[in-house]
Design a protein around this ligand. Structure first.
Ligand SMILES: *Cc1c(COP(=O)(O)O)cnc(C)c1O
Length: 385
């Protein structure tokens, strides 16, 4: 199925809802039945027949079909957040005594699930550098799950997914990739045999900074296992309204991704030649140490990078950030507005020496403004460094 068909047609039937141009929002938590037989059928097929919205909902099911098609998997589940999708996927694969291998510096709350919450249940983990050898060396007899995030945040380190997944299959490990950054348009981990693909659809897929949500894609069997267990018991269900917002956001995903593929590399090369910038971390820049992996795995350049200011004066970092006007100061990313996230906000203000992210780093997200507007904003803010 091609991308346009998945985004604009799959799961929709406008004649069934008065020819409406947009998909219907079924903002109902409950569904009514004419007779016992109908009710019984719905209960037994709760994963796809509307019965109670914690299980499934017609608006959410449209999104679910589209996401599965875009990720080239058999099925998908939509969650209330990316973190709910990731934690449900992880918890499903492990039991007390099991071990998890995870690339170092994953999304912060994925890391905290592994380091703070799962040890309470006797589940251990190892963070590794991300090379094939690092996974091989840290694999244990009780390892069950291998987690990738390519690229990860801040420094945008990539993993060579293909050989790592091959190794995981040899060891009978389940593989999970957080694909939020690339989106299904730029990378389909299922092409390399990855079992579970997670998204924070709060980011690019939603695209309008208005809905927190998550997606998990995989085989029918694996997704059904998670549906019957973690999805229904932990209850990280999305609101139908948020699914509707995501259906709307998804329709412009291809043009939004085309826009940032054009503007971001130009902004990065402007910064790389600016005397007040010491380094830029961007997978599609030739200067990125894993540029070859970016070319192998990411179809187009994306809209996030991290810049390092050429200063060791914390106040100048703060002045640069405070003088940005088009780039707004905020965490997260994926909406239409450009953002800056200074590493200094992560620190206990009295204890910079303990921080792991250098204080001159600012993570930048390029929204939908023109490259000239954004370069002008950076130019005037860099005067203060
Ligand atoms: C934001 C984010 C998450 C968490 O998603 P939420 O929707 O905020 O729960 C997970 N992974 C990555 C890479 C993210 O950027």
């Amino acid at each position: 199925m091609d991308i346009d068909e998945a985004i604009f047609e799959l799961g929709e039937s406008s004649s069934a809802y008065f020819g409406a141009a947009t998909p219907p929002l079924i903002q109902s938590n409950n569904f009514l039945f004419d007779n016992v037989e109908q009710m019984k059928y719905a209960l037994q097929n709760e994963h796809e027949v509307p019965f109670y919205t914690r299980g499934s909902n017609p608006t959410t099911n449209m999104l679910r079909k589209k996401m599965a098609a875009l990720e080239k998997t058999e099925d998908a589940l939509i969650f209330s957040s990316g973190s709910a999708a990731i934690s449900s996927a992880i918890i499903h694969q492990v039991a007390s005594g099991d071990h998890i291998l995870c690339v170092q510096k994953p999304y912060s709350w994925t890391g905290k699930l592994l380091s703070s919450l799962l040890p309470k249940f006797g589940i251990t983990f190892t963070f590794v550098e991300g090379t094939l050898d690092s996974f091989k060396n840290a694999c244990q007899a009780n390892t069950k799950l291998l987690i990738l995030e390519s690229p990860n945040s801040w420094t945008f380190e990539l993993q060579d997914i293909e050989p790592i997944v091959k190794f995981a299959k040899e060891m009978s490990l389940v593989t999970l990739v957080d694909n939020s950054y690339a989106t299904p348009l730029n990378l389909n981990p299922a092409d390399y045999g990855v079992d579970l693909i997670a998204h924070s659809s709060s980011k690019y897929i939603g695209g309008h900074s208005d809905a927190v949500s998550g997606v998990l894609c995989g085989s029918k069997e694996m997704i059904m296992g998670i549906f019957k267990s973690e999805f229904m018991t932990l209850g990280g269900t999305i609101s139908p309204f948020n699914s509707w917002l995501l259906l709307r956001g998804l329709r412009t995903l291809p043009i939004r991704m085309d826009r940032v593929a054009e503007t971001t590399p130009a902004i990065v090369s402007f910064l790389e030649s600016h005397p007040k910038i010491s380094q830029v971390y961007y997978p599609h820049a030739a200067s990125h140490p894993q540029h070859d992996l970016a070319l192998k795995y990411l179809k187009k350049p994306l809209g996030q990078f991290t810049l390092c200011l050429a200063t060791d004066d914390m106040e100048k970092v703060e002045a640069f950030c405070n003088h940005l006007t088009v780039f707004k100061l905020a965490c997260s990313w994926g909406g239409y507005e450009s953002l800056a996230f200074p590493a200094i906000t992560l620190y206990d203000s009295l204890n910079y020496s303990q921080a792991t992210t250098p204080f001159n780093m600012v993570r930048m997200y390029v929204g939908l403004e023109s490259k000239d507007t954004l370069i002008n904003d950076l130019t005037q803010a860099l005067v203060h460094v």
